[in-house]
Design a protein around this ligand. Structure first.
Ligand code: TYC
Length: 109
C-alpha cells in the first residue's frame, strides 16, 4: 500500500455534485450617527457642524438640520465603529466649546 492511500481525504469522484461552501466572510457592523434636536442650539451652528464634520453641501446641511428640528432626530451618516465614535466626539467637542447643548449619539445599524 502506498502512503497516499492512507490519507483521510476520500477520492473526489463526485466533483459534479460539489456544493458551494457557505461563505464565512462577514461585513463589519456599521453605526448610524444621530443628531438630536434641542431648543437652544442655533440653526446656523448645526449647519456649520454638518458642513464641517460630515462634508455636506450647504443645501444638504440645511435640509438635515431642518429634519432634526422638525422630527427630533436624523441620521447624519453611517460609519465603522471607530469613525462613528470619532464623529460623535468631534460634534460634542465643538458644541461644548460654544456652550451649545447639541447632542449627538451613535447606534448599531
Ligand atoms: N431647534 C433648534 C432651534 O430652533 C435648531 C436645532 C436643529 C438644534 C438641529 C439642534 O440638532 C439640532 N434653534
Amino acid at each position: 500500500m502506498t502512503h497516499w492511500m492512507t490519507d483521510s481525504t476520500p477520492p473526489d469522484d463526485q466533483s459534479d455534485l460539489a456544493v458551494k461552501p457557505r461563505s464565512r466572510t462577514q461585513r463589519p457592523p456599521m453605526y448610524k450617527v444621530l443628531l438630536l434636536n434641542d431648543d437652544f442650539t442655533p440653526m446656523e451652528f448645526v449647519v456649520h457642524v454638518l458642513e464641517r464634520l460630515f462634508h455636506m453641501t450647504h443645501a444638504q446641511a440645511i435640509e438635515i438640520m431642518l429634519t432634526v428640528h422638525r422630527k427630533g432626530v436624523a441620521v447624519v451618516g453611517v460609519f465603522s465603529h471607530e469613525v462613528a465614535e470619532t464623529k460623535v466626539a468631534q460634534v460634542m467637542e465643538l458644541a461644548r466649546r460654544q456652550q451649545h447643548p447639541l447632542q449627538c449619539t451613535m447606534e448599531k445599524e
